[in-house]
Design a protein around this ligand. Structure first.
Ligand code: NAP
Length: 301
């Protein structure tokens, strides 16, 4: 049984990103830059944005924060995004979700220039992914693909079952798994799937992104399956747990990601990768080899 160590892999990704930033500065005089928009007072969102900026500091990406009160209007946010779209020095724009109530998340995300879409959430980028012309792709699914590649987990012809159909995890991951060169057979399950265990038991690779603690138990997993736990929940003691009953599934799975220390760190690291990919594409400079090393092969075309 292998524990898929996302934290160590993320460290390697950050180190490669740091090398790539150095090359961009030394060879091309470019300082990659990320702008984050944070609206409202949600404490978790504040922590997430702070950590993303710390990651930027670590690797040498210039990060800027734009904060707005709960009462921010759709128009205010859109006009800030418009300004950043036009700002030559800005390579990546990130809108921290969730937005305060009353704002139309879809329309805000759509306002971001797709070439600066650090989260890969723009409908244009999601559409490109579905039409075999992937550009910037969402960080969590991209991190999962990188993790599986790094551990040489075979996907070609394998049955990948994804529990969860969100626009940020389940659906883009399905599209990534279906890409030519990855070639998994994909099933997506969701809250109306009945019975869920009949589907999950068919998985060679099982990815769980439901946000329900202990949703997947040992009896729902095929012997030897690779299990990727995306969920982030709190147990009654306040500890972080995933969607998979880790201790019991450990005995059945061939490989498994822990929570914390699995998918989460890779998600953060892949945001940095996206900023650099956006930077190189928009400024017309070659992607440094150090960065290519940490981009899934199917996204390098
Ligand atoms: P989401 O938008 O709430 O989607 C959850 C999905 O799970 C939905 O498709 C839902 O089905 C399905 N689901 C819920 N309960 C289910 C059940 N009992 N059986 C089967 N399917 C069920 O969530 P998300 O944004 O994708 O995030 C999912 C989890 O991953 C959360 O815990 C989130 O915090 C975590 N997350 C972690 C990272 C990371 O970096 N580790 C990144 C992103 C998200 P319906 O569509 O039918 O409602």
């Amino acid at each position: 049984m292998t524990v898929l160590d996302g934290a160590s892999l993320a460290k390697r990704v950050r180190s490669n990103v740091q090398d790539a930033v150095r090359e961009l500065q030394e060879v091309h005089g470019i300082m990659p830059r990320l702008d984050a928009l944070l609206a409202g007072e949600d404490p978790a969102s504040r922590v997430y944005v702070r950590k993303k900026r710390e990651d930027c500091d670590e690797v040498g990406i210039d990060s800027h924060l734009h904060t707005f009160p709960d009462t921010v209007t759709q128009q205010d946010l859109r006009s800030q995004i418009e300004t950043l779209n036009q700002t030559e020095a800005c390579d990546g724009i990130l809108v921290q979700l969730p937005l305060p109530e009353g704002l139309d998340e879809g329309r805000i995300l759509e306002a971001v220039d797709p070439t600066k879409d650090a989260d890969g959430f723009h409908p244009g980028n999601l559409g490109r992914l579905l039409s075999d012309r992937a550009g910037l792709t969402p960080a969590t699914p991209t991190g999962i693909l990188h993790l599986l590649e790094a551990y040489d987990v075979p996907l070609e012809g394998k049955h990948a079952v994804i529990v969860g159909r969100s626009n940020i995890v389940g659906k883009p991951l399905a599209a990534l798994f279906l890409q030519r060169g990855v070639d998994a057979t994909v099933t997506i399950a969701h809250s109306r799937t009945r019975p869920l265990e009949d589907v999950t038991r068919q998985a060679d690779v099982l990815v769980v992104a439901a946000g329900k603690r202990d949703l997947v138990t040992a009896d729902m997993v095929q012997e030897g399956a690779v299990v990727v736990d995306v969920g982030i929940n709190r147990d009654p003691d306040g500890n972080l747990t995933g969607d998979v009953a880790y201790d019991e599934v450990l005995d059945v799975a061939g490989a498994i990601t822990p929570v914390p220390g699995g998918v989460g760190p890779l998600t953060r690291a892949m945001l940095l990768v996206n900023v650099l990919r956006a930077c190189c594409a928009r400024r017309g400079v070659p992607v440094p080899d150090a960065l290519l090393d940490v981009v899934p092969a199917s996204l390098q075309g």
